[in-house]
Design a protein. Sequence first.
Length: 80
Amino acid sequence: AHLGVAMQSLDRVPEAIDCYRRAVSLDRSLHVCFANLATLHAYLHELEPAFEYIAQAMALDPGNPTYRQIRQHFRDSSGG
């Protein structure tokens, strides 16, 4: 997860995505990594995986208001 944050801060989006995917494959409870995957896919205009990842983050931390805001932003961006 930390390597994903480092790659993201260096604007190395594909590498960050790979790191976050690896992190969640090892620990499915890392809701922040799922949220980061969602925002990175949205940044790449890949809204289908963005919605899937934010849904996984929300399932793990349903009371998180930031995740609801992210999902709403995706909905607004997709026109639905």
